[in-house]
Ligand binder design. Structure first.
Ligand SMILES: Nc1nc2c(ncn2[C@@H]2O[C@H](COP(=O)(O)OP(=O)(O)OP(=O)(O)O)[C@@H](O)[C@H]2O)c(=O)[nH]1
Ligand SMILES: [Zn+2]
Length: 367
């Protein structure tokens, strides 16, 4: 139970729908006139909020700045949170509204701190997003499958759908990497935004951007990826005027400079949001249990109902129903192979396997 509610330390902000049907938000009658909006950026205690009704602001943008009311307590409010504000909602320069409510979260992307004093504690990153867009270069820098696996675990834990975007398709073939993710049923798109061949590829529609646009349109997507993979280049192509600073890959280390800062929700033309996560380098998933990962696999969830109580579903555990499902004599050999690949891939994402080998943060790069 503690596991499910740890997205925030404020008991009034609940992470997922639980036994109670209504958010346990303290709503005082005095705030009946509070207006709803979404947090798009946080800067030193100032919350940038896009109001649902843009007409409330003087310039019609719907963008205002607010402070958190003390009554909300210490619980963390993150980008994507649905909130309600009172006070000056004009959005005029130097005005501050007051955030008096945080709604129940539909999804919550979290990560564990991996170093320093806070190691092992998890932090909420983004609320209410639909998609986790995992941006990985096919080369320069080399793809890191374990890193992708950890992002997948984070997506399943968050209740978000993962989308794999393989960049720099002009440099390497996507097939070998895709083979790893096919059994998981993860959707993927390859892009080529090579600065030199870009105009030509774009004209031919062969750069993959339209395909990404089609998948993220109207939804809220969080873009994650290691430095230098081309995440900023991609976001700039998707969100005109985003001006995400792009950097060159360092020839010595093969890594990109971390040029962009600040978690921010950017509006897509035609609807939807792109949330960039610059500077979010490590994505610890120490807080995630087998059951959390299993939620991303509805078919296996059904099979696992026959597991012994407390089964971790890891390879080699006794009487795991997933093994029986694979060994089931009835299906065709091809179906048996599909099941085996699916179970193996699922198990690859479980904590002990992830921890056993972790080139995500190579020792040379650890701070
Ligand atoms: N060949 C090739 N190069 C690309 C492609 N996309 C981006 N690049 C280059 O890769 C380098 C890194 O791109 P960025 O967009 O800055 O990468 P990033 O992931 O945002 O990196 P940070 O800003 O450091 O977080 C730049 O020199 C881009 O021009 C591609 O499809 N093909
Ligand atoms: Zn099991």
């Amino acid at each position: 139970m503690a596991r499910r509610d740890i997205g925030t330390d404020d008991p009034r902000v609940r992470v997922r729908p639980g036994k109670r049907s209504r958010p346990r938000t303290k709503q005082r009658p005095a705030h009946a006139d509070a207006v709803p909006g979404m947090v798009t950026r946080i800067d030193r205690g100032h919350y940038r909020i896009r109001l649902e009704d843009p007409a409330l602001t003087t310039d019609g943008s719907g963008d205002i700045t607010a402070m958190k009311a003390r009554e909300l307590g210490r619980g963390k409010v993150v980008v994507g949170d649905r909130v309600a504000v009172v006070g000056d909602t004009s959005g005029r320069k130097d005005t501050l509204a007051r955030m008096v409510r945080v709604d129940e979260r539909r999804t919550l992307l979290r990560r564990s701190a991996e170093d320093g004093d806070a190691a092992g504690t998890e932090r909420p990153v983004v609320a209410n997003a639909d998609l986790l867009v995992i941006v990985t270069a096919l080369a320069d820098p080399e793809p890191r499958p374990r890193m992708i696996d950890r992002y997948l675990v984070a997506a399943y834990d968050a209740g978000m759908e993962p989308l794999l975007v393989l960049t720099k398709a002009d440099l390497a073939d996507a097939a070998p990497l895709l083979a790893l993710y096919e059994p998981l049923g993860v959707r993927s798109v390859s892009t080529r935004l090579d600065p030199s061949s870009r105009a030509e590829a774009s004209r031919a529609g062969g750069d993959g951007v339209e395909a990404v646009r089609a998948l993220i349109g109207g939804r809220t997507s969080v873009f994650v990826g290691h430095s230098g993979v081309g995440k900023s280049t991609l976001i700039n192509a998707l969100v005109p005027g985003a001006d995400r600073v792009t950097g060159e890959v360092n020839v010595v280390t093969g890594r990109g400079r971390h040029t962009s800062t600040n978690l921010q929700a950017l509006e897509l033309p035609g609807g939807g949001w792109v949330i960039d996560t610059p500077g979010v380098r490590s994505f610890g998933v120490a807080h995630v249990s087998s059951a959390d990962v299993l939620r991303g696999f509805p078919d296996l969830t059904e099979v696992a109902e026959d597991c012994p109580r407390g089964c971790t579903h890891e390879a080699g555990v006794i009487e795991c129903a997933l093994d029986e499902w694979v060994a089931d004599a009835a299906p065709e050999p091809a179906e048996r192979e599909r099941r085996r690949a699916r179970v193996d891939s699922f198990r690859r994402l479980l904590a002990p396997a992830l921890e056993a080998e972790d080139p995500t943060t190579p020792t040379a790069h650890r701070r």
